[in-house]
Design a binder for this molecule. Structure first.
Ligand code: MG
Length: 300
């Protein structure tokens, strides 16, 4: 051995070695695309898909770009308004199932029709996942009302159909409600959460809040972040670094950058590029199924 001893590692190898170690422990990144939602119209961004054909085509392109999950809303093709029409959901679901391997996640959101019947009917399609908002919140222009009995009824339906809920969290208290559903054995576990951040009236999009939300869920739960507006980019990057997953799409954000209309594909592609730069691999739909424990079964 030389008098200097073994060669000292360079600063570069220390830094890279450290980050490699951190990322080795993380699962691959699951990218969800929410292409449509209930609000944005073509007058705001001409790329918002409205008809079933447009939504299915968007799913095909976003899967090719790197998305593993698609969050589905339906619109009335005549006036672009949100629609609870079962047949529209059926057409979108059928087309996506035929043409993609994406995980299909149907929204049970209430903007399109607030009655339980209208919100639950689409679950008969038995998608692998469905969104479940576990509390009420103010939207900028209205109340998004989800009573305890309605939440429980939707959870029971999802359980009966073997659908994994994505607990849609607009504020911290909704996590407690989701945990309560799991305690009552009304939800498939491990739980999966979506933190919706930066919407006026709901939890602000800050890294402190994201750390708090992440710290408030069970250690075996999986989680994704849906930043609204400009926070889609910042919250997405934080989530990549923290081991969470990312939702992008025109439902939550219509701009690529200030004044420049986005497309769903470009939003997915940007997250894929950022993940690559940060050293995190992107999950295929089948890898995402394993990561989110999408095995149809009974509640634990
Ligand atoms: Mg939605």
């Amino acid at each position: 051995m030389s008098r200097e001893g073994p060669p000292k590692p360079s600063l570069r190898s220390l830094v890279l070695g450290c980050s490699n170690e951190v990322f080795r422990k993380m699962e691959k990144l699951v990218i969800t695309v929410a292409p449509t939602g209930s609000v944005p119209k073509k007058s705001i961004n001409p790329h918002v898909p409205i008809t079933p054909e447009e939504i299915i085509g968007e799913g095909v392109r976003c899967e090719a770009a790197g998305a593993a999950v698609i969050h589905i809303h339906a619109r009335n093709p005549k006036d672009e308004s949100p629609s609870p029409d079962y047949h529209l959901f059926e057409e979108i679901y059928g087309g996506l199932k035929e043409k993609t391997n994406l995980i299909l996640q149907i929204s049970t959101g209430g903007r399109a029709g607030m009655t339980y019947d209208k919100r639950a009917e689409r679950l008969k399609l038995r998608p692998e996942m469905a969104s479940l908002t576990t509390g009420s919140v103010n939207f900028p222009d209205s109340i998004y009302e989800n009573s305890p009995s309605l939440i429980e009824a939707l959870a029971k339906d999802m359980l009966a159909y073997g659908i994994k809920p994505e607990m849609e969290i607009f504020d911290t208290s909704m996590i407690a409600n989701a945990l309560d559903l799991a305690r009552k054995k009304l939800a498939l576990t491990p739980l999966h959460f979506d933190f919706v951040m930066g919407l006026k009236g709901a939890i602000p999009a800050t890294i402190e809040n994201l750390v708090h939300l992440r710290s408030s869920i069970p250690s075996d739960a999986t989680w994704t972040v849906a930043g609204v507006g400009p926070s889609q980019l910042t919250m997405g990057v934080h989530s990549i670094l923290m081991g969470g997953h990312v939702r992008v799409g025109l439902e939550d954000n219509v701009y690529y950058r200030r004044g420049e209309p986005a497309t769903n594909v470009r939003l997915v592609e940007r997250i894929v590029r950022l993940a690559a730069e940060l050293g995190r691999d992107v999950a295929t739909p089948d890898e995402a199924r394993r990561i989110m424990n999408l095995r149809r079964g009974t509640a634990s």
